[in-house]
Design a protein around this ligand. Structure first.
Ligand code: ZN
Ligand code: ZN
Length: 136
């Protein structure tokens, strides 16, 4: 069981099942949205994800004209889990996790846009822009 939460505690969830390896996106949009060099995301099946506090109605979203969407806690601003449009997969910012997910960084995407002060993990795949769809 892997637990996760936002900074203020309004959002709390748990994952009971397999999670994907991590991917990190270094694009300029993710950089602004997180305030960090790259966001780290993992995925889990919808059936493995459960809200313990808050939920989709408690989350605010911001969408850019391109369709890129950020979900976050309206009280503390922590990036929040998001249900994929297909309804089958939750994508979860790894920084929200309170337990070790036991996975590694598998790939870096948008390395072509990486900040001059950032770097990639040794051994992980690197893609200039989008990588292949991760296995789920
Ligand atoms: Zn919060
Ligand atoms: Zn990105």
């Amino acid at each position: 069981m892997i637990h996760g939460s936002c900074l203020c505690g309004a959002l709390q969830f748990r994952i009971d099942g397999r999670v994907s390896d991590l991917h990190r996106c270094h694009c300029s949009v993710c950089r602004k949205a997180t305030g960090a060099g790259a966001i780290a995301i993992l995925a889990t099946a919808a059936r493995s994800f459960e809200w313990l506090c808050g939920g989709e109605e408690a989350i605010r979203t911001f969408q850019r004209p391109s369709g890129w969407t950020a979900s976050f806690c309206p009280s503390c601003g922590t990036p929040a889990p998001r249900l994929h449009e297909n309804g089958k997969i939750w994508t979860i910012p790894a920084g929200c996790l309170d337990d070790d997910p036991g996975v590694k960084v598998a790939e870096h995407i948008f390395v072509g846009s990486i900040a001059s002060w950032d770097h990639v993990s040794p051994g992980a795949a690197e893609h200039e822009e989008w990588g292949p769809e991760p296995e789920r």
